[in-house]
Design a protein around this ligand. Structure first.
Ligand code: CS2
Length: 486
């Protein structure tokens, strides 16, 4: 039997399921970029909020690219199983907060109508770093981005859909909904707001000024490790609930959502279901983007070089584990600020425990994607700050070298590895494994979309980065990392 509204009551006893009447849900939240992360993170908080407050806010999930998620979820009436895995333990819960799904390319106007609908109070986004169509170094909208150009004809990018929906609200004399970025970008709310205002100004100054006055876009830090679903997830969902589920998603026990408290007052209830509402999100973002994501990218590139398929395999390699822990403690934590050193040390320790969770099958290949969009905020900012202050940044330099090596498309054994990056056509030839390291470094550091001028201009950094790349190539990833800082 498959999971559906009319079979839900047959779910195994003890499996938590929607504790509210789904028939009373009305679309109130539009989510752009509906994937596993949204379904294991924001959707859980919203489900809890609805259950607790009776606020009938359902989610309309929007896929901006393919129909896959809709095709799996809608035959199940939007229901899906969330598995929480902690080592050998796994628990299952069925969520029902997603009431509708739209697929952008099939019917762009329907998405625009949904955003424009006065009942839509909140638009959330998980479209990944590249989905914002920004210049990765400056984080300002790139007006020459192919998707932004395509938006002129038909909404294509998340920015394009939002602008079309917001413009319809403007024309109708309505207020905009709150927009809430849930991606790993620094000051993600302010960044999204700026991108929308700049995007509007490309065609209509008055609309842009209206956004400047009315648009509320809180920044938020989101954190939960959510891998792509596997057959084991589908099998476990069925075993635990008694209902077959082709949309099951699995995650870790940890979850965190820190939101700037300018959020819509009705949604303050999120604070009662585990979200933290704070005056300034930036310190939390800094902590997470650097200590978690910066280390994550490092683990991913090193892991890809040595054939470690999952994060838990990679951090089990003593040389890599020591290197990452030392990079967090010695080089990243001191750049975070705001929090007491003990808190940052505890956060880093806790991260290692999360990465050790072998039941969470998080592929290094997945994290290695889109490095050009990730490195600036995850590693380069901290490195630039340290060098600026005359502090050493040797491990961070090695982390950058790991990425350059990755772009060469070969692992330690000389085998081809996949490189998935929107700039790969440009970057891969520059980083080819048979080019001299000094040449790779010179060419890459000239890529202004990734490396800020101030960092690239540091001669000593150039020399050290070249050395690091040479060492990685000469002795292999683990031996090279093991020797750093000893
Ligand atoms: C990861 C993140 O794929 C990646 O780049 O670093 O998705 C990471 O798993 C999340 O930010 C954890 O909250």
């Amino acid at each position: 039997m498959s999971l559906r509204s009319d079979t839900l009551n047959s779910a195994a006893a003890g499996v938590r399921r929607p504790g509210y009447d789904r028939a009373h849900l009305a679309p109130g939240v539009v989510h752009l970029g509906i994937g596993n992360f949204h379904r294991a993170h924001q959707a859980v908080y919203l489900e809890d909020l609805v259950e607790r407050t009776g606020l009938g806010l359902g989610i309309v999930g929007v896929s901006l690219k393919s129909a896959g998620m809709r095709d799996r979820l809608m035959p199940q009436d939007g229901l899906y199983t969330l598995l929480v895995r902690d080592g050998a333990q796994v628990s299952a819960r069925v969520l029902g907060i997603i009431g509708r799904m739209l697929v952008g390319p099939e019917d762009p106007a329907a998405v625009v109508r949904q955003i424009a609908d006065p009942a839509t109070r909140l638009v959330t986004l998980t479209v990944t770093e590249k989905g914002y169509c920004l210049d990765p170094a400056t984080h300002r909208l790139d007006p020459s981005h192919p998707d932004i150009l395509a938006d002129r004809t038909v909404p294509t990018s998340a920015i394009g859909y939002l602008l079309a929906g917001l413009q319809a609200r403007y024309a109708a004399g309505l207020k905009p909904p709150t927009v809430l970025s849930c991606d790993n970008l620094p000051s993600n709310g302010a960044t999204l707001r700026r991108a929308l205002i700049d995007g509007a100004a490309l065609t209509d100054d008055r609309f842009s000024a209206w956004l400047e006055t009315h648009l509320i876009a809180p920044s938020a830090m989101v954190d939960r490790i959510v891998p792509a679903s596997t057959d084991a997830d589908f099998a476990d969902a069925e075993r635990l609930t008694g209902l077959a589920d082709k949309a099951a998603v699995s995650t870790e026990p940890f979850s965190q959502w820190v939101i700037e408290n300018s959020l819509d007052r009705d949604l303050h209830g999120l604070g009662e279901v585990g979200a933290e509402l704070v005056g300034a999100v930036e310190p939390y973002e800094n902590m997470k983007l650097r200590l978690l994501n910066g280390a994550h990218s490092t683990i991913a590139y090193a892991g890809q070089s040595v054939g470690a398929e999952y994060v838990s395999d990679a951090v089990a390699l003593p040389a890599l584990r020591r290197f990452v822990a030392a990079m967090q403690t010695e080089e990243l934590a001191p750049t975070v600020g705001h929090f007491a050193p003990e808190r940052l040390a505890e956060y880093s320790r806790q991260l290692m425990v999360r990465w050790d969770n072998t039941a969470v099958k998080h592929r290094t290949r997945q994290i290695a994607m889109d490095g050009s969009q990730k490195l600036p905020q995850r590693l380069l900012k901290a490195l630039g700050e340290r060098l600026e202050q005359g502090l050493p940044g040797e491990r961070l330099t090695y982390a950058v070298a790991l990425w350059l090596r990755h772009l060469g498309g070969r692992d330690d054994a000389g085998q081809a590895i996949p490189v998935n990056d929107p700039l790969s056509a440009k970057l891969m030839p520059l980083a080819a494994a048979d080019r001299p390291a000094a040449q790779v470094v010179d060419r890459l550091l000239d890529v202004r979309a990734v490396f800020p001028e101030a960092l690239a201009a540091r001669v000593e950094f150039r020399v050290r980065l070249t050395d690091a790349l040479e060492r990685l190539r000469a002795v292999g990833t683990l031996a090279a990392l093991d020797a750093v800082g000893r």
